[in-house]
Each structure stands twice: as structure tokens, then as C-alpha cells.
Design a protein around this ligand. Sequence first.
Ligand SMILES: Nc1nc2c(ncn2[C@@H]2O[C@H](COP(=O)(O)OP(=O)(O)OP(=O)(O)O)[C@@H](O)[C@H]2O)c(=O)[nH]1
Length: 182
Amino acid sequence: NVNIYTYIYLSYFHFTIFYFGCLVVLIGDSGVGKSNLLSRFTRDEFNLESKSTIGVEFATKSIELKNNKIIKAQIWDTAGQERYRAITSAYYRGAVGALLVYDITKKNSFENIEKWLKELRDNADSNIVILLVGNKSDLKHLRVINDNDATQFAKKEKLAFIETSALEATNVELAFHQLLNG
Ligand SMILES: Nc1nc2c(ncn2[C@@H]2O[C@H](COP(=O)(O)OP(=O)(O)OP(=O)(O)O)[C@@H](O)[C@H]2O)c(=O)[nH]1
């Protein structure tokens, strides 16, 4: 039971994909740092007390690819909270890439990657490029997921893998570029 406002909302987003071309989605548990990866990449901003995303937020940025082509990437930050699942899964369609994010200090967020990956594979186009991202690499003393476990998992699932810190701006640019360069 989708109401008329939801239809208008969805049509608007689908129009913007058509207009901007390259859609990337950020996926993962609530609190892993998706909103901050987006703000670091698009505005070079970090927010220590960022609020939970409601539904979907987006930002755009022009990126120069390896082949010198300049594309305008539209990046959607989807809410990690369970209650928004019904809205966000509709947005996977049409995405060329996905950053699948967990927090290196939260075991649950890594265990849930399997669930996110399934949701992504069930809803997204089959040729979508997926990058596994271990965020908050600055919190070395709180690390519970070592990069070996993540590398193993990524290999098994045929994903690329990178660790980032939105706080220290480590590998954030690289992650988006790697994703869009395919
Ligand atoms: N130390 C550290 N903290 C981070 C980093 N990235 C995000 N945070 C913090 O983690 C908390 C959650 O970040 P958000 O970006 O709001 O997380 P989110 O995944 O967008 O959460 P939802 O919108 O609920 O899905 C905030 O307090 C951020 O300041 C990072 O790289 N290092």
C-alpha cells in the first residue's frame, strides 16, 4: 500500500538518476558512518554528533575517472535503521555501485554485512559494483574486526575491500573513485 506521495517522491528520485547518470548507494547498519562518508567525500565535512538518517539523503559530486571522463555521481545515503527498509530497498534499482559499510569496532555491523549483501543482490541490477568498506579505521584501540577476516569475506563474496576513516579522511576519496572506476 504505497500512497500517492510515495509515488511522487520515487518519480522524483528516478528522474534525478536519469538526469545525473551515475548512482551510488551507501548501505550498512545504523551508526557505521555512512552519512559522514558522504559528507566527507562531497563537502569535506565531518560531524561528530550526526543524527540518524531518515529515509534517504543524497548529494552529488563531479568526479574525473581514470579515462579522463568526468561524471556526475549522485550518492544516496540510505538509513540503516530497520524501520526504513521498505523505502530504501526501492532505491537499489538503477545503482551502478554500492559501498557496503561496517564499523571496524562493531562486530554486529560486520556480521550484518551478509544480510545487506543479500538485500542488495536481491534488489539491485546484477552488474552493480560492490565495495566492502570497514569504516572508523582511526579507532585502532577499539578494533574488533581485523582486516584479515574482512579480506577473507570479501574474497569469498568476490567484492573489493577497503578500510576508511571519515574522521581522518583516510581512503574516502579512494573508495568512491575505486567504485566508480569499476
Ligand atoms: N571515530 C570515527 N567516528 C566516526 C567515523 N565515521 C562516523 N563516525 C561517527 O559515528 C557516528 C555515526 O555516524 P553516521 O555517519 O551518522 O552513521 P550512519 O551510518 O549514517 O547512521 P544512520 O544514518 O543511522 O544509518 C557519528 O557519531 C559519527 O561522528 C569515523 O571514521 N571515525
